[in-house]
Design a protein around this ligand. Structure first.
Ligand SMILES: O=C(O)c1ccccc1NCC(=O)[C@H](O)[C@H](O)COP(=O)(O)O
Length: 398
């Protein structure tokens, strides 16, 4: 379904200038039919672009000559790569599409300029919206800090700590799942969780309360987190290894997280095709980072179990497309053959989201997790360290 999302007047003088941009017309002409077909199958509208026409003095339309320049060729290439990404992802059952590079097409009617919203250029759910926003954010950050400068900055990054080892040790020490305590100010599903939010103070309280590791949200727009928070916690001397809780769409972000002091990163199977997960876990190994690979359903779990070298799998009880939380998800995904493979491979499973009580912890432990990732229920407590004691029903710091 199509709808109008923005409408603004453009001065007459700009209109004819806009109409003469040669790049748009050459993009349309350069796209192979197979790609256009694939685009249509993905629900992305392929609008013939009116900018191919320009007006002569007497108002008659003419077709301007098409210039095939390097910039255009590059744009077409990028567009095709984005397209193929969606095709490959869809074949693996991934519903989250990547942002179309051009955004909603501009249309011109007289002095008006407007954009048409349709299924192809509008995010279908909150996770897709976050990912499309992240695509733009990362491409801007990459321009400011290209990979080679990050690689240089790695020399000054603090050393990595053993994230997986800390979870195993906590599990062995307490007989309970090792805790990854989340430093989370807000979320799309719950809004602001804590007004008086001091990330370092919360991190220290978690450490004192017995957390094995911490998860620090770095997304600003949707979670009110930041890389400054991650850096501040790391340089404050908190010993717990740190997970950079980000929406990773590009390997560049892994390097960036490392320069800010991360010991682990999150890779979301609902967003990343298998090849990206394989490539990114290799980069993590190279940088000494742990990769927490997150799944939500059986298909994602099976994909991840098919990838060599995965040590840490998170089962998110929250559906990131609908926000529905159901902790029986953890149990369902660990039943039967899947649980057996996980035990054989000695993979640590982390139960994530919606855990509030000692009964919830016992339930996911019974299902087979050796670690849990908890945000809301502990960050909201006036003393988040005591919140941990409440969550586990006992003091796990001793
Ligand atoms: O928490 C959300 O609303 C959310 C929305 C969209 C994408 C991700 C989201 N959360 C990430 C998480 O899964 C949680 O922060 C984490 O597992 C802790 O969950 P909780 O203990 O329920 O705060």
């Amino acid at each position: 379904m199509e709808g109008l999302i923005s409408l603004k007047t453009t001065p007459r003088i700009a209109f004819s200038a806009l109409n003469q941009r040669p790049n748009k017309s050459s993009i349309v002409r350069s796209v192979p039919t197979s790609v256009m077909d694939a685009h249509r199958r993905n629900g992305i509208a392929f609008t013939p672009i009116r900018a191919q026409q320009s007006e002569t003095k007497d108002g008659a339309a003419t077709i301007p000559p098409v210039k095939e320049d390097a910039e255009t060729a590059l744009k077409v290439k990028e567009w095709e790569v984005g397209m193929f990404h969606n095709e490959v992802a869809a074949s693996q059952g991934i519903r989250i599409r990547r942002r179309p590079l051009t955004g909603p097409p501009l249309h011109y009617v007289g002095p008006f300029e407007f954009r048409i919203q349709n299924e192809g250029n509008t995010p279908r759910n909150i996770l897709e919206e976050i990912i499309w926003h992240k695509d733009v954010e990362v491409s801007q950050l990459k321009e400011r800090r290209p990979l080679f400068t990050l690689k240089k900055a790695l020399e000054n990054a603090p050393p990595t700590r053993d994230f997986v080892g800390a979870l195993r040790a906590a599990h062995q020490r307490t007989g309970l799942p090792g805790l990854i305590a989340e430093v989370k100010k807000a979320s799309p599903s719950r809004g602001i969780l804590r007004e008086d939010f001091d990330p370092v103070e919360i991190a220290r309280a978690y450490e004192k309360g017995g957390a094995a590791c911490l998860s620090v949200l770095t997304d600003e727009k949707y979670f009110k987190g930041s890389f400054e928070n991650l850096e501040a916690i790391r340089s404050a001397g908190v010993k717990c290894p740190l997970l950079c809780k980000e929406f990773i769409v590009d390997a560049w972000q892994i390097y960036y997280a490392r320069t800010k002091g991360a010991d682990a990163v999150l890779l979301i199977a609902a967003v990343l095709p298998d090849l990206d997960i394989k490539y990114m876990t290799k980069i993590c190994k190279m940088l000494g980072l742990a990769a927490l690979v997150e799944v939500h359903d059986e298909r994602e779990m099976d994909r991840v179990l098919g990838i060599e070298g995965i040590e840490l799998i998170g089962i998110n009880n929250r559906n990131l497309e609908t926000f529905k939380v159901d902790i029986s998800n953890t149990k369902r995904l660990l039943e039967g053959e899947r649980g057996k493979i996980i035990r054989q491979k000695d993979i640590i499973v982390v139960g994530e989201s919606g855990l509030f009580t000692p009964d919830d912890i016992a339930y996911v432990q019974e299902a087979g997790v050796k670690a849990v990732l908890v945000g809301e229920s502990i960050v909201k407590q006036s003393d988040p360290g005591k919140g941990i004691t409440g969550l586990f029903g006992k003091d796990i710091s001793v």
